[in-house]
Design a binder for this molecule. Structure first.
Ligand SMILES: Cc1cc2nc3c(=O)[nH]c(=O)nc-3n(C[C@H](O)[C@H](O)[C@H](O)COP(=O)(O)O)c2cc1C
Length: 231
């Protein structure tokens, strides 16, 4: 007869009881270490990602492009390939516009006779006869529809996108002004009609494009009070 069993003194059961109680004691300790290890790993990962973000920002290509774009005022004669010009123009179409109105239109002039005509008209506004386009083979005219209250801002942002996209694409560019005067003139209005642009369009700017024939000039130092934080 197994008296031990009846009395609860069975050695197997006692061993099992011990194992169970050991497990109960060690479980919280193991859990504690696991949580600690997890927290440590999370901390390391977070600080690594933070550092990665910082260094990614430091060498962010877009930010670098925005800083290194300069107005180029000497160009080679050769025409950039059409697909490259198209990439720059496409970037222009993604500029933000008030209420998404897309009030501007972009006219890329690569035809030499038209380019030279625009050059002459632009120079005439200043009473000069030199080429205000600095020999650039491409003149991108940005016009915007005056019926939209934000047309001037919209057109200016398109110009900004074009200038920055040109730089990103390895092309030189420069904003050449007096598009308003040129396209408010009878000759300018006739050109718009010829191009099929109908409505009350104002010339915002000319973005000249081409391969630079000069090193990009160094930027002027930024003025000390350009940026203010109100914190
Ligand atoms: C509204 C506007 C009009 C400009 N008009 C002319 C222009 O007619 N001729 C020109 O050579 N540069 C023109 N520029 C280019 C500026 O002179 C140039 O952006 C400025 O000197 C700063 O140089 P960066 O573009 O190299 O940073 C114009 C720029 C802006 C924003």
């Amino acid at each position: 007869m197994h008296v031990w069993a009846a009395a609860g003194n069975c050695p197997e059961r006692a061993a099992a009881r011990n194992r169970h109680s050991l497990r109960r004691q060690t479980k919280p300790i193991v859990m504690k270490y696991l949580m600690f290890a997890l927290a440590l790993a999370c901390g390391i990962m977070t600080s690594c990602t933070g550092a990665q973000n910082e260094s990614a920002m430091e060498k962010n290509e877009t930010l670098e492009n925005l800083k290194t774009r300069r107005s180029i005022r000497a160009y080679e004669d050769r025409m950039p390939p059409k697909d490259l010009i198209e990439k720059v123009l496409e970037a222009g179409t993604y500029a933000p516009t008030g209420k998404g109105s897309q009030s501007p239109v972009i006219v890329a002039v690569t035809d030499k006779a038209t380019r030279d005509k625009l050059s002459r008209m632009n120079a005439a506004v200043m009473g000069m006869d030199s080429d205000p386009f600095y020999g650039a083979p491409v003149v991108v005219v940005v016009l915007a529809d005056r019926k939209f209250p934000t047309y001037l801002y919209d057109g200016s942002l398109v110009m900004g996108n074009l200038l920055n996209a040109a730089h990103a694409a390895g092309l030189g560019s420069c904003w050449i002004h007096r598009a308003k005067e040129v396209f408010d003139s009878d000759e300018g209005k006739a050109l718009l009609k010829e191009w099929g642009i109908e409505g009350d369009y104002e010339g915002i700017g000319n973005c000249i494009l081409g391969y630079p024939a000069q090193e990009a000039p160094a930027p002027k130092p930024r003025k000390a009070d350009y940026i203010r934080f109100i914190e």
